[in-house]
Design a protein. Structure first.
Length: 755
């Protein structure tokens, strides 16, 4: 095991390869001819259009492409789309999937929908695509660029919309699989996956589907324990490496395997009432629990026995070894009703999402023994309601207009535990933070067919936002606050044009703006480091919404037989970005109560300005009925332009945002056989706390390395009732870090079918 920096030297030939293909994709069959419904996109304008006929870049992932992927989680389905980044840092154990679009940093600024309902929680704005598996998804639409004119909050980078499948007749589907690794501690070990569903479509117009999916893996070793100086003479086993800043450090052990156990339950029903009236009801429940194994020390004392603390100086305390764990349950209830009023089509959507989340954080964490720690309970609830009208006006205009309302509540209560391993000995509440946000929006859009070849789209949305009922209680620091309410409004317009030059070429452009309002966490929840020399991240109840303006230009072409090319060039300007500022000595007591003199005090404020620009390219090539290929590339430049609270960030690039993405895939079939070779290239990133881009060394723990990962999937279908598939992730066993260590090579064998 070598933890010296992994040198990522790129030769001219390798650079040419990366520039052409990096990141082979899970669904390299986008070049295939698909059914008309699969080539239609709705999310771009809230009305149906063929892909390539919208004023913004739009992509569709259909069910066949999904079946040919190695994707274990729904967020991974966007990996092959230019401008889209699925930023998992720990494989399936990552509890916060992070889809970002067009280089707009932080998943809070990308809207994710399931059947038209938002999947972001109201507490942090985190994406929570829980309660449905990859097997439950019929298709996905990805819309690039600001979409607040139709969707309001969070849709700065764009929209990812997942559509759940419904049966076309009586069906029973199953999937059973097992996987393991040949990469030792680096690979996903003992992985199991099941999926069962039953559905039927009755003659009375009723359609039902019930599904249950489970995932269970022991995971892999992703985190390591380090100390700044080499252990003293007599203690051996340390591994020399560097910090990301270039300082010498030593790895003395790991924090054990972290795995996950998940269960996804879905119940959906749809009733055709006749006359164009439809009612759909759905309930989904997702559960996820992380699992951990005993940490391992690499150190040995003079007697050859395991050593934990490495001795003085700079002793590593046993509190740094164990990792906490967490549990999440998310329930989603939804109802959708489609009808007509006169010439207008009306869609009414109601949703309720409730989240129960708790996690263990370090207290004393006595290595692997039962000891004291802290537990935080973090429940939340989101209520949504929307009415959308689609009204044709004459032969040349289509109006889409409506209103929606969102109500979010959330809280965080921390308690001491006497036994972190068995969740025993719950003490008195140490802190409590809570709040509420509400958003009411009105939107309207006119699609105007100026000529038979030119269509204009003009829309705008007005949002009213309110944050209130903020509470902060920390008895130990004599904190008992009730925050005053905070309100704001935002207008988000957009103008788009698409011109069909010929059946083989369409040109498009759009200009618009987007908004993201602060969430409950931003307003009312501080994050308090338990370290004496850590950082107190203070909340700010006076935050304003962030805004973005954008313009893009694009083309969709079919330059030769079987080829489809999409190209986009865009420019973004940001205002009121939320950044942390250093708090002065005179403000510390009021903003960061109870902290020690060595603890840093920072607070989130609206001080930032930034800009970015990007180029996106995609080529689909159908070679023949049995062979197709896909290639895409994304190039991005980003820059902080204004941050008075920390001028050192000015001129630096966005964090957690790779400036280079690329993908390539080949899909081949022969009779009952099918094979998909796919891969993805992700460029270097800077971590979320590295606004000054200070990282100097890559290939070490906590670095965000450039990496190319290749995946392979082989399948043999006996008949409709049984198909056997073998998926190999990270075929080349690439090693490196994406903050955590990148999972090594693993394989997964499954049997699936339908009756």
């Amino acid at each position: 095991m070598n933890f010296l920096p992994i040198r990522l030297t790129i030769t001219r030939g390798r650079l040419a390869f990366i520039g052409l293909l990096p990141s082979l994709w899970v669904g390299a069959v986008l070049a295939e001819d698909v059914a008309d419904m699969e080539a239609i996109v709705v999310s771009a304008t809230r009305s149906a259009h063929a892909v390539g006929e919208t004023p913004v870049a739009a992509f569709v992932v259909n069910r066949k492409q999904i079946d040919n992927t190695n994707a274990k989680n729904v967020d991974e389905l966007v990996r092959g789309i230019p401008g889209a980044f699925a930023g998992r840092t720990k494989g399936p154990m990552d509890m916060t999937p992070a889809i970002t679009l067009r280089g707009v940093p932080d998943p809070k600024r990308t809207l994710v929908l399931l059947d038209g309902l938002p999947m972001s929680d109201g507490w942090t704005g985190a994406q929570k695509p829980m309660g449905f598996t990859v097997d439950d998804i019929e298709r996905a639409e990805v819309i690039l660029g600001p979409a607040s004119s139709l969707y309001g909050n969070n849709a700065m980078g764009g929209v990812v919309s997942f559509e759940s499948r419904m049966p076309k007749g009586r069906e029973f589907r199953y999937r059973l699989g097992f996987g393991d690794t040949d990469s030792g501690e680096r690979g996903l070990a003992n992985s199991k996956r099941t999926y069962l569903s039953y559905g039927d479509k009755f003659q009375n117009g009723l359609t039902l589907l019930a599904s249950l999916g489970t995932t269970d893996t022991d995971g892999y070793v992703a985190e390591y324990v380090t100390r700044a100086t080499n252990p003293p003479t007599g203690t051996t086993g340390s591994i020399p490496t560097f910090t990301t800043a270039g300082a010498r450090t030593y790895i003395i052990g790991d924090r054990g395997r972290q795995g996950v156990k998940e269960q996804q339950l879905a119940l959906r029903g749809e009733l055709d009432l006749g006359g164009g009236n439809h009612l759909r009801l759905a309930f989904t429940q997702g559960e996820s629990r992380t699992t951990i194994s005993e940490p391992e020390t690499y150190l040995r004392n003079a007697a050859g026995l395991p050593a934990l603390t490495a001795g003085a100086p700079n002793t590593v305390a046993i509190t740094t070894w164990a990792q906490g764990f967490s549990y999440t349950q998310r329930n989603l209830l939804s109802a959708t009703y489609d009808t007509h009023i006169g010439r207008s089509a009306l869609k009414i959507k109601l949703g309720k999402a409730s989240t129960d989340y708790w996690y263990i954080s370090s207290g004393t964490f006595n290595y692997w023994a039962s000891s004291a720690a802290n537990i935080t309970f973090n429940p939340g609830e989101t209520l949504t309601a929307e009415a959308q009208f689609t009204t044709p006006v004459g032969d040349d205009h289509l109006l889409v207009w409506g209103t929606d309302y969102r109500h979010d509540t959330g809280s965080a209560s921390q308690f001491p535990l006497t036994d972190w391993k068995n969740l025993g000995g719950l003490g008195n509440r140490a802190s409590y933070f809570a709040g509420r946000t509400q958003t009411l929006g009105f939107y309207g859009q006119d699609e105007w067919a100026i000529t038979s070849a030119t269509r204009a789209t003009l829309g705008a949305r007005l949002d009213f936002w309110l944050g209130d009922e903020g509470i902060a209680q920390q008895p130990a620091n004599n904190v008992n606050k009730n925050y005053t309410s905070r309100s704001a409004k935002a207008l988000s317009p957009r103008l788009g044009l698409v011109h069909t030059v010929s059946p083989a070429l369409a040109l498009r452009t759009s200009i618009g703006s987007a908004v993201r309002a602060p969430n409950i966490y931003d307003l009312y929840r501080p994050f308090i480091s338990t370290s004496a020399t850590g950082t107190y991240y203070a909340n700010n109840p006076n935050l304003d919404p962030e805004t973005m303006k954008s313009i893009d230009f694009g083309a969709d072409a079919k330059p030769w037989q079987g080829a489809e090319v999409t190209a986009s060039l865009y420019f973004n300007w940001f205002k009121n970005f939320m950044y942390y500022r250093s708090v002065s000595a005179t403000e510390r007591a009021s903003i960061c109560p109870g902290i020690g003199p060595l603890t840093t005090c920072v607070q989130k404020v609206n001080v930032g300005g930034a800009r970015s620009a990007g180029l996106e390219l995609k080529l689909n090539q159908k070679i023949n009925d049995n062979l197709s290929a896909f290639v895409s590339a994304t190039a991005l430049r980003s820059k902080i332009t204004d941050n008075p609270s920390n001028t050192a960030t000015v001129g630096k690039r966005f964090t957690t945002t790779p400036h280079r993405l690329a993908s390539l895939g080949v899909d081949a079939s022969a009779g009952p056989w099918n094979a998909t070779l796919s891969g993805r290239y992700v460029g270097r990133q800077f971590g979320s706390s590295d606004d000054t881009n200070s990282q100097q060394v890559w290939g070490v723990p906590l670095s965000f390395d450039a990496h190319t990962i290749y995946d392979l999937k082989l399948g043999y279908r006996f008949d409709k009732r049984m198909k056997v598939s073998l998926a190999i992730d990270n075929v080349s066993n690439h090693d490196g870090f994406n903050y955590y260590r990148i999972p090594g090579r693993s394989w997964f064998l499954d049997i699936s079918g339908e009756f």
